[in-house]
Write a protein that binds this ligand. Structure first.
Ligand code: ADP
Length: 510
């Protein structure tokens, strides 16, 4: 018997991406399949996913049960560039979404998000109940609040033989809605049961995330530090109480990165290949980045700082904007490239910064994968400030391209980046604090290191040698799936892990 897991997520590359979650979901599914697990993905059928230029041929699948939002169907295909079976939930509401799946043109959350994601959870339930022609999984792996109702629905439907895992990628997004919506979400009956009510209620609201935390058989998050931080008042976003009550079932499984997509030696989206011992390509990437962002002069000897992230309060966009004029005034040769989008006031702030420092600051507002690759490859340093950071993929991409991260000492960042001073060489610069002066000092310290060419090269090599591949994360997930699956399926999951040394040896001999 092959062990089966259904991964449920609101986004997955290459079809829909607003952040790191999308990268993680597809890379995990691919890695699980390499281990012999039958992993598939269920996600919303946004118009941008159904009509994506790389979209497969879709096969409609009937969904007999009516969802809270009305009638719907499933579309079956394969995730582009992979062998991962993919199911989209096709509803009118999801089809009506524009470029951003969660926010309207004014940056406001769509008013029917609760119904949309209740639909997604009910579609997962229908699959698990064997109501569709899609194979029933042994474990459902729900990601973030969007899939948070699934563990609750499995329990109330009596499907106890199907294991449920909730992975928290970001505790700040919780899916909290007025309780009066419960009947519309199909939760009118269960919400009346006192023991269910307690697990749903969050400061008077109905919380998708809390439902997941309360009812999942296992809860995971994406770094060791964040797993500890989320139990505290500072980082718990009001969920620390319920998380502490589930502490025994909470695990940290650090993410990996897709090292084939982010490979300096072979990246079709960068100007030239490079690697340790072949630095000419990195200089060419830097010049290409300077030209792409209109910086002057185009010169590989100018220090170049990159920022590539959502423009949000979490990413300290407000503080970065306060710090930048002082940094650029103090360090007259420093150039800055910024790629990102998010809250309007920050987008406008970065656009104004470009006006104030013409030729020294280049800004692109928007979501752009080729520019993201060019930025990670061509910058010398990447500034990644965060008030909290569950994992932080971007600094890992940077390190893979010999670009030194300057990052807040929080969450996954403190697990994956070794500070230059504290770890004898190191792979980056970590800083404490949330004030502009903290960022000014961190950039100053980084530029000091940059001007010591030998030390800088050592840091670049350290950074590029770190192995963040998905393999070990996938093994940890399989272990966790085995612990929550029914006994027969648990054996199948464990066999896949045990077979790894054999398969690896066979690959070496081949
Ligand atoms: P988060 O998930 O909190 O946004 P991460 O650093 O973990 O932060 O992941 C962000 C992901 O989104 C990375 O893959 C990064 O390259 C990508 N990204 C963020 N903003 C942009 C953008 N404007 N254009 C292209 N990619 C972006």
């Amino acid at each position: 018997m092959q062990a089966r897991v259904l991964i449920v997520s609101s986004e997955a590359v290459p079809l829909v991406k607003t952040g790191g979650l999308a990268d993680v979901v597809t890379a995990l599914a691919v890695s699980l399949r390499r281990l012999g697990i039958d992993a598939s993905i269920l996600m919303p059928g946004y118009a941008s996913a159904i009509l994506h230029p790389q979209a497969p041929q879709w096969t409609p699948v009937a969904l007999p049960r009516s969802l809270p939002g009305g009638a719907a169907r499933l579309l079956q295909g394969t995730m582009p560039d992979t062998d991962v079976p993919l199911v989209l939930l096709d509803t009118e509401r999801f089809r009506a979404r524009g470029a951003n799946p969660y926010l309207d043109r004014d940056g406001q959350e769509f008013t029917d998000n609760a119904i949309c994601f209740a639909d997604l959870a009910n579609a997962a339930l229908a699959i698990c109940a064997g109501e569709t022609s899609i194979t029933v999984p042994h474990v459902v792996h729900a990601n973030d609040w969007h899939a948070g109702l699934i563990p609750l629905l499995l329990k109330t439907a009596g499907l106890h033989h199907i294991g449920s895992m909730l992975t928290i990628h970001n505790l700040a997004f919780q899916g909290n809605y007025p309780f009066s919506l419960a009947p519309q979400l199909g939760l009118g009956g269960v919400a009346a049961m006192p023991q269910v009510l307690a697990g749903l209620e969050y400061w008077g609201q109905l919380s998708f995330l809390k439902a997941g935390i309360t009812h999942a058989d296992c809860i995971t998050t994406v770094s060791r530090s964040y797993a500890a931080e989320m139990l505290t008042t500072r980082f718990g976003y009001g969920m620390e109480g319920v998380l502490n009550s589930r502490r025994a079932d909470l695990r940290a499984i650090p993410n990996g990165i897709d090292s084939a997509t982010w490979d300096p030696a072979n990246d079709p989206m960068t100007a030239a290949p490079f690697g340790i011992g072949n630095w000419r390509g990195k200089a060419l990437c830097k010049c290409a980045l300077q030209a792409m962002f209109g910086l002057l002069p185009v010169d590989p000897f100018m220090p170049l700082l990159g920022i590539g992230s959502r423009m949000s309060h979490q990413k300290m966009a407000d503080v970065v904007l306060q710090a930048m004029p002082a940094i650029l005034t103090r360090h007259q040769r420093l150039q800055l490239v910024v790629l990102g989008c998010g809250e309007r006031q920050y987008e406008e702030g970065f656009a104004a910064l470009m006006q104030d420092f013409p030729g020294r600051v280049g800004v692109h507002i928007g979501y752009d994968e080729p520019r993201a690759h060019a930025l990670h490859a061509g910058s010398d340093m990447l500034l990644h400030a965060s008030r909290f950071e569950p994992f932080g993929l971007t600094p890992l991409y940077a390190m893979r391209y010999g670009t030194i991260p300057i990052a807040s000492r929080v969450g996954g960042l403190s697990d994956t980046i070794n500070d230059a001073v504290e770890s004898n060489g190191g792979s980056g610069v970590l800083f404490d604090g949330e004030n502009a002066a903290d960022i000014v000092l961190a950039v100053q310290r980084s530029l000091g290191l940059y001007h010591n060419a030998a030390q800088w090269r050592t840091m670049q090599e350290n950074a590029m040698r770190i192995d963040f591949d998905w393999h070990s994360a996938a093994l940890s997930y399989v272990d966790a799936y085995a612990d929550i699956a029914d006994p027969q399926a648990a054996n199948a999951f464990r066999r896949a892990v045990r077979a790894v040394p054999v398969a690896a040896a066979a690959a070496l001999q081949a």
